[in-house]
Design a protein around this ligand. Sequence first.
Ligand code: BEZ
Length: 214
Amino acid sequence: MSDLKLGDKAPNFDAETSEGKINFYDYLGDSWGILFSHPADYTPVCTTELGTVANYKAEFEKRDVKVMALSVDGVESHKGWIKDINETQNTTVNFPIIADEDRKVSDLYGMIHPNADDTLTVRSVFVIAPDKSIKMTLTYPASTGRNFDELLRVIDSLQLTAYNKVATPANWKHGEDVVISPSVSNEDADKMFPKGYKVVKPYLRTTAQPELKK
Ligand code: BEZ
């Protein structure tokens, strides 16, 4: 059972997928990545989830994020199910789905939670930065489909805060004010945020969202 934590290096692997054999790091290149598992092919919630991800292709591309899905079903099962996803979700699945029949990747990433189900993967998500460090994880049960708008919102925050000394407050959305990191002194903040900032409390300083820099 893997115990990957934020900041850990995402393990590399080779896997059979619906798009052929893929090396994970080669697939990611210098982009951000999302690796997400679902319990099983030909199931209703998973069908809507993978269709949603396919329909968000432009949103992921805009953020330079490469997506890869996983379940413990085989390649032929994935290929047949993809036709159903495309038909019912009005999309074209445009990312590889790992066929993890031997659970190699599921075990590497701790995607099987035996007390929930000892054979199927739960709904795990790993967001991986270009340096291959894990920036976010989440785990949902089989019965609850994930909110992919929330995932995009988190990626916006991760990308903004990776390159600026700011953090994003509760319910923040792209374009809204952010908070200045507590590690930044007022003297440095004066230089870093020339458009100014508001001191609500000495530890709570807000400023307009900076431009995304890389
Ligand atoms: C679903 O995707 O609908 C699902 C998969 C496994 C268990 C329960 C629901």
